[in-house]
Write a new protein. Structure first.
Lengths: 169, 733
């Protein structure tokens, strides 16, 4: 069974019980994706599968046949950080750093979801254009827990990255 | 060479302000930030080590008794299973913070539901997990006390109570008095990174990659558990995914991994399942707190009582020090402070962020609000009228205390209006709106610490200590201290942490990390400065170091030229001395909260939350602000949602995961407004800095409790203030 991770091809033939998370961390050495709860409760393991955010602990590696997975390592590197990563550093959008890769992957997908008009729990007009207000971002990022309590700074970082993205257009 | 300081008296020299580099206090980005946001920072479980086996802990399903049989054969035939280990060196509990010796071992003697009793080792995690679930264990159950809410559990006194004057008489004489009982429930630290360890044994030396807060102590705890010499144990912990007290002591998975690695002669990794982090590390004790506040006609306290009941397992010395700040925050010549500890069979109670004040201050500050309302004065004014001149029991002076400034600055930023505190005056649709405030207070702690500073021949510096950075910003602030002292941009200072091959730091806990290990770095830098001054033919006091140059009089020499090809290395050794008894040193602040309470459902939402804090010198404005914010988020959790629920029949945790134990999520937290009040505290440390990481929680939930009362008129004396408790008391909407 083959899949693509950060643009590279991988062949998976391991234990069918292996979660995508454990495959990424232990099978591929991509330890930027974190295991916080293994039960889809904390969001630390968030990755993008075919562009959409997924808790990688809640899906099996063997279910990713032909899928394209993007992990934090595929979003940016030390030498070439993504604007979202740079904004997290600038705004101190983390403390211990363990939830951070998941927050950043989640924020990436969230921005795309809003562009595609996906409504959320706090959206008033379910049919209209989605504007990512602070409250919208808070709601949409609520699947990513941060025990250090960096939420305020995470919002600031995401807003800065969004502004940069809009200005770049 | 080592330069030592035993701090016996205040350091009024204020050396950091005399330096020229200007990096201290600056809101610099964390040097460890890029590695964290790109996912390359390695946490304990993430070291790729060849031939590594995987272990999963097995935990007890009885509340107390003996393991009579572990049927290894029930799992040894399963694919990949290597061994079932239930060794008497393994630990049944985590060590308490600063223990420095093995915690309770004897894993087959069960004292709480969820206690580790064995570890199953297999080739892969999936195999080990499956086998651990299938392992057949037989028990002989014993008697257990598992209902921690039972008021009839016998208690022991915890430490000597403080009794002064006659509190009962003062309560009768008082113009205004409140006598109220508040309760708080058990909490879990719930760091995002579960406790994780990889052990490697080469026949002589054990190397443990582990997620820990206090390596110098953890090394002793592990060596003692395994009957090894200290020199045979190395701990590596450069990145820690949060601790909040739960990683202060060596924890069961680390010892289990070590025992397995030594027995099997191959590397073994054991990572706690999230449920195990809840079941077998540490809880914050529940508390029952009686507060008696007696005030004269002007609202000045003449009597002060704070008595608490907490709980812990048999043999544990730790008791939640609920009254720690109550000892000195407020006056009242008639005093009674006492803590009683009930012995029960629930997971170990230990340090969870700000032990003592986190829950003590929230109850005290809610009771103070009740007193302000009874008197009919602004609760800010009540606080201002109750600032003692000297420690009310020990008659020692306070070190620097910015409480008045915090109250005034905080009130102004928030737009506080305390004139009319009658509840139910503001309604927006379904929501009652209200405001509340509270003092913040947390004792300042310092600990022995060592650090090594090397000024290399190229004019850059390296700081090394086994100190940890658990999200606290230690990499940043230690670099800034060395940069300021040595006249270097902080990008020219490399900070190396989290390895016991480095000098022993203070560890991270009790908010002492920066002030203690930072002082060791400061001492080492002073020694280097003395050496450089000598080289330049001047005195340390006359020497200016800036931008990589040494300057004295009209001489200005680049550091590499002055060093002339050789490096200078100095150890700094900082020890608390008489200073800790000479002053009441603490951090202070003030919280201001605005909440909305739903008139129909009793749900509380945070609308605004401000904090003004006096923490001594701020070493990095960005990381200090973040830590204060983090504390306030914990305050929101403690106020509204966090509660470990135990089954009273057997003491098992009903909600041992992040779906059912509700820490605040992003939508629960409004934009937090934090202001750091300028302060230097010469009695706190040679840096004039105090602790940061815990103050933001100490009293925060009290402000929320008071805001809820102001919003809807319901005084909830039971934390967390969940909708059910409000709904029962709310008026018809």
């Amino acid at each position: 069974m083959s899949l693509t991770i950060n643009g590279q091809s991988y062949e998976f033939d391991g234990d069918p019980r292996t979660s995508l998370l454990d495959y990424l961390r232990d099978g591929c050495g991509l330890t930027g994706t974190k295991k916080g709860c293994d039960h889809g409760q904390c969001g630390a393991c968030t990755v993008l599968v075919n562009g959409q955010r997924v808790n990688s602990c809640l899906t099996l590696a063997i279910m990713q046949d032909g899928h394209a997975v993007t992990t934090i390592e595929g979003i940016g590197t030390l030498e070439a950080m993504d604007p979202l990563q740079a904004a997290f550093v600038k705004h101190d959008g983390y403390q211990c750093g363990y939830c951070t890769p998941g927050q950043i992957c989640s924020a990436k997908a969230m921005m795309a979801e809003a562009e595609n008009g996906w409504a959320s729990f706090v959206t008033d007009d379910l049919e209209g254009e989605v504007v990512l207000t602070d409250e919208e971002i808070r709601e949409r990022m609520s699947g990513n827990l941060c025990r250090c309590g960096a939420y305020s700074n995470i919002i600031d970082a995401i807003k800065e990255a969004m502004t940069q993205q809009q200005e770049a257009r | 060479m080592t330069r030592s300081l035993i701090m016996d008296k205040p350091d009024d020299r204020n050396r950091l302000d005399a330096m020229a580099q200007g990096v201290i206090g600056q809101p610099l980005d964390r040097p460890d930030g890029p590695a964290k946001v790109t996912g390359v920072a390695p946490y304990a479980a993430e070291y790729s080590i060849a031939n590594r086996a995987e272990g999963v802990l097995v935990t007890a399903t009885i509340s107390a008794g003996e393991v009579t049989d572990i049927d290894e054969q029930s799992v040894l035939s399963m694919p990949g299973v290597i061994a079932v280990i239930s060794d008497q060196r393994m630990t049944a509990r985590a060590a308490q913070g600063g223990a420095g010796k093995a915690p309770v071992q004897q894993v087959r003697h069960v004292q709480y539901y969820g206690q580790p009793i064995a570890v199953v080792i297999a080739e892969t995690f999936e195999q080990a997990r499956d086998a651990a679930k299938h392992l057949k264990v037989s028990y002989r159950a014993g008697d257990a006390i598992t209902d921690h809410h039972d008021p009839d559990i016998p208690t022991d006194p915890y430490q000597d109570p403080i009794d002064q004057g006659d509190l009962a008489h003062a309560m009768k004489q008082a113009a205004h008095a409140v006598d109220v009982t508040y309760t708080t429930e058990c909490h879990n630290s719930a760091p995002m990174e579960p406790h994780a360890s990889i052990a490697e044994w080469d026949g002589k030396t054990l190397t443990l990659h582990s997620s820990l807060q206090m390596l110098a102590f953890n090394r002793k705890e592990l060596a003692d558990s395994l009957n090894l010499e200290l020199e045979q144990v190395r701990l590596v912990s450069p990145y820690v995914g949060g601790g909040f007290g739960s990683k202060l002591g060596i924890s069961p998975e680390g010892v289990a991994a070590s025992v397995a690695a030594m027995q099997l002669n191959r590397p073994v990794r054991v990572v706690m399942l999230r449920q195990q982090v809840f079941q077998c590390v540490m809880r914050r004790s529940e508390t029952v707190q009686r507060l008696r506040l007696a005030a004269d006609a002007e609202g000045r306290l003449i009597g002060f009582g704070h008595e608490a009941r907490v709980s812990n397992l048999p043999e544990e010395k730790f008791g939640e020090p609920v009254t720690q700040a109550s000892e000195f925050l407020y006056p009242g010549e008639n005093r009674r402070l006492a803590i009683e500890i009930a012995r029960i069979n629930l997971v170990t109670a230990g340090s969870v962020r700000a032990p003592g004040e986190a829950v003590g201050m929230q109850a005290l500050e809610a009771a103070m609000d009740e007193l302000a309302n009874a008197i009919g004065i602004d609760p800010v004014e009540l606080r201002l009228r109750n600032i003692p001149e000297r420690h009310p029991s020990e008659d020692i002076p306070y070190s620097s205390r910015k409480l008045i400034e915090c109250l005034k600055i905080g009130a102004e930023r928030f737009g506080w209006d305390g004139a009319d505190r009658r509840p139910r005056k503001r309604r927006e649709g379904e929501w009652w709106i209200g405001t509340g405030m509270a003092n913040a207070c947390r004792v300042h702690n310092i600990n022995e610490a060592q650090a090594r500073v090397s000024l290399l021949a190229d004019g850059t510096a390296v700081v090394a200590s086994d100190m940890t950075d658990i999200g606290t910003g230690t990499y940043a602030v230690l670099g800034q201290i060395a940069g300021e002292m040595l006249g270097l941009d902080s990008t020219d200072v490399l900070v190396q942490l989290g390895d016991t091959t480095f000098p022993p730091g203070s560890g991270s806990g009790g908010s002492w990390g920066a002030a203690s290990t930072g002082s060791a770095v400061f001492e080492a830098c002073e020694a280097i400065r003395e050496h450089l001054a000598e080289q330049l033919g001047t005195t340390e006091a006359e020497l200016t170091l800036k931008d990589g140059f040494a300057i004295a009089g009209n001489r200005r020499v680049a550091l590499p030229d002055l060093l002339n090809g050789s490096a200078i290395e100095r150890n700094g050794h900082f020890k608390p001395g008489d200073i800790t008894k000479a002053y009441a040193a603490a951090m202070y602040g003030a919280f201001f909260a605005e909440v909305a309470v739903n008139a129909y459902t009793g749900e509380t939402r945070m609308r605004r939350f401000s904090g003004a804090f006096g923490l001594g010198r701020v070493l990095n404005r960005k990381t200090a602000t973040s830590q204060c914010m983090g504390g306030m988020v914990w305050g929101i959790g403690s106020a509204l949602t966090e509660e470990l629920t135990f089954d009273a029949r057997d003491g098992h945790i009903v909600n041992p995961d992040l779906a059912e134990y509700h820490i605040p999520v992003n939508l629960d937290v409004p934009h937090l407004d934090v202001v750091l009040v300028e302060e230097r505290d010469p009695a706190a440390s040679p840096l004039q800095a105090k602790g940061v990481g815990e103050l933001g929680i100490c009293g925060a939930a009290g402000a929320i409790c008071n805001a809820i009362y102001h919003a809807c008129g319901v005084r909830v004396r039971s934390f967390p203030m969940t909708p059910d408790k409000l709904l029962a008391e709310l008026p018809v909407p």
